[in-house]
Design a protein around this ligand. Structure first.
Ligand SMILES: [Zn+2]
Ligand SMILES: [Zn+2]
Ligand SMILES: [Zn+2]
Length: 329
């Protein structure tokens, strides 16, 4: 809890007293508190609990594509998570209606989810207006921001900054979702100035900000070549299992190898001499799968491979992709 309170000095007794509103009482039962001077930006607030911070990033037009990215929503907790997050509060989000019902529900829209009362839900069910899209979009933005904010350990009085959001994206293997203009701001590069180029030297290609940020975020794995490991001299070397959590985390943030929906798990190849006693596949032998396809595979690997192709083919295709975009280098 954070609150603004007006101190009352009682010099005769050497005491400073505070008079919080009754809704703040519970917070004073928790033991010691930290006192701090009022920051300037809160000078205009009346005393009392500090309201949740406005999140300027949510309104940044350059970031709308990030908040609409299905992979980003997935990492924030998925569309179902978004629905239950919206249901934690009440109040119909369709403010254009005169009448609202008591009960709330959520409506899925192309660009996200909206909280509506039963009345407005009935009225709007088959409509897709720009106004609805804007509400759905704003919900996605707030949802992603609160997910990133919570993961990074900030409470709701914290306004998430661009570097924090980008760190959260990069950490979740989504560095490529950071748009050009945001990357430019991150690197403190001046905004693009369009001017006519006269000398050839000025046309020399330079690395763009997105490229720099993505390379930094994406270089998850450099394969090391060592032709002379101790095991390579042994007659019957003990199997060393190659582990790389950074790589499997990136894999899981990709799309499912079967259906192209956001993946939920990195699946280690089974069968093909892998996944038996002491032969769990190396972390390089993983493919991204959504929960449904992952379950389907483990239920019946033979039927799965008949339907989607051999895990080896899927793996080959996936490693080819990882090398082609420089994630493996
Ligand atoms: Zn309503
Ligand atoms: Zn799938
Ligand atoms: Zn698996």
């Amino acid at each position: 809890m954070r609150a603004l309170l007006k101190p009352i000095l009682i010099p005769e007794l050497g005491i400073v007293a505070f008079k919080p509103g009754s809704q703040l009482y519970p917070y004073f039962h928790r033991g010691r508190m930290l006192l701090e001077n009022e920051p300037e930006r809160m000078a205009g607030y009346p005393s009392g609990a500090i309201p949740a911070a406005r999140q300027p990033l949510a309104e940044d037009p350059a970031l709308q594509a990030v908040f609409a990215d299905p992979r980003v929503i997935q990492r924030a907790g998925g569309i179902n998570g978004l629905e239950s997050w919206l249901k934690r509060e009440s109040g119909c989000q369709w403010t254009h209606s005169e009448y609202h019902a008591e009960s709330m529900t959520t409506l899925r829209h192309e660009s996200g989810v909206i909280r509506l009362c039963w009345h407005c839900d009935n009225e709007l069910r088959d409509h897709t207006t720009e106004a609805l899209a804007a509400i759905a979009m704003a919900n996605c933005a707030q949802y992603v921001i609160q997910a990133a904010r919570t993961t990074l350990g900030f409470d709701d009085t914290h306004a998430l900054t661009l570097p924090e959001l980008c760190w959260w994206l990069a950490y979740n293997g989504l560095g490529d979702a950071i748009p050009e203009s945001a990357a430019r701001q991150l690197l403190r590069m001046p905004p693009v100035v369009v001017r006519s180029v006269t000398r050839e030297s000025e046309t020399a290609p330079t690395r763009g900000p997105s490229e720099i940020v993505q390379e930094t975020a994406k270089k998850v794995l450099a394969l090391r070549i060592d032709p002379e490991t101790p095991e390579s001299y042994m007659l019957r070397p003990k199997r060393r299992r190659w582990e790389n959590e950074k790589y499997t985390r990136w894999v899981k943030a990709q799309t499912c190898a079967c259906c192209n929906q956001p993946a939920d798990d990195p699946h280690h190849i089974i069968g093909h001499g892998q996944g038996g006693m002491g032969t769990k596949a190396h972390d390089l032998f993983v493919i991204p799968l959504c929960r449904a396809h992952h379950d389907e595979l483990h239920r019946d690997p033979v039927a799965f491979e008949a339907k989607y192709g051999s895990q080896l083919t899927l793996l080959f295709r996936f490693i080819d992709h990882a090398l082609a975009i420089g994630v493996l280098a």
